[in-house]
Ligand binder design. Structure first.
Ligand SMILES: [Zn+2]
Length: 274
């Protein structure tokens, strides 16, 4: 999740909103021959997460699964003709919403993938669930989608579905696709079970919400700023050429090091003051 501020949109009850029906719910961007970014343009930027698809020789890999407002898998029958390995970077709704659609779903044990909280598309309910400040709730609209996935969709019916985890991932696990290997990094801070996937051969990092180019959330339920500082110190030392984050566009290693330094510096100031 990425906070947006300030919007100043007045709160409006969901029932009175006349939302258009989206022509297509998902948008794809092809990064290269193997990697495709999938995202949901009608979701407010606070909840608009990236799903990364990586085609491998033996298996394909899906990193995160979007919000789960509408099924992901039937939208891409060609990509998911074979059962992909699905890695959930952490247990927040905008990353694991579609996870229940897949049989081989892997995640770290420390995040509640199998018994998630219900989630919500209404900002007040969601912010309460996440333990976010009321001042943050005032900066986003009442409803966090700007279109409906289909006619008669009721945003109030949104519930995160439990997902059976086929394998609990730990630091150092290798996700093998046949022609490429990605290593699991356990990087707590945003959540206790946050993980990233790192491909040493190409120095590519799929970072989830551990780092993206925006305000990072370390004051929500389950977050731990002290662990986050250690995580950022670790990422600053990692040889990285490109980061494909959980939110927003990809960026290079130089920008990663700017973001890690800025976070560590901001926390040092906070801790000095406190
Ligand atoms: Zn998150």
């Amino acid at each position: 999740m990425t906070p947006q501020r300030p919007h100043g949109t007045p709160a409006t009850p969901a029932s009175s909103l006349q939302l258009p029906v989206a022509e297509t719910w998902f948008t794809t961007t092809r990064i290269d021959d193997a990697i495709t970014r999938i995202h949901e343009p009608h979701v407010h930027p606070f909840l608009q997460a990236n799903t990364w698809y990586i085609r491998g020789r033996n298996r394909s890999l899906l990193i995160d699964t979007g919000l789960g407002v509408t099924p992901l898998r039937p939208a891409f029958p060609q990509l998911f003709a074979d059962e992909p390995i699905v890695v959930i970077t952490h247990g927040h709704l905008d990353h694991m919403g579609g996870a229940h659609e897949f049989a081989d779903c892997r995640a770290h044990r420390a995040d509640p993938i199998e018994t998630p909280p219900p989630g919500a598309l209404a900002s007040a309910a969601l912010f309460a669930e996440l333990g976010m400040a009321a001042t943050d709730a005032g900066t986003v609209p009442h409803l966090l989608i700007s279109a409906l996935p289909h006619e008669n969709y009721d945003p109030g019916s949104y519930r995160l579905r439990p997902t059976r985890v086929s394998r609990h991932l730990v630091e150092g696990d290798i996700i093998g696709l046949g022609d490429r290997d990605l290593t699991v990094l356990h990087l707590p801070g945003h959540s206790p079970g946050s993980i990233a996937l790192y491909e040493p051969e190409t120095q590519t990092l799929f970072s989830g919400d551990v780092v993206y180019d925006g305000r990072l959330l370390d004051d929500i339920h389950g977050a731990d700023p002290r662990a986050y500082v250690a995580t950022m110190g670790r990422l600053a030392e990692l040889p990285v050429r490109v980061v494909h984050p959980g939110h927003g566009p990809s960026f290079d290693g130089a920008r990663l090091r700017e973001l890690t330094s800025a976070y560590i510096a901001s926390r040092r100031v906070t801790q000095d003051v406190a």
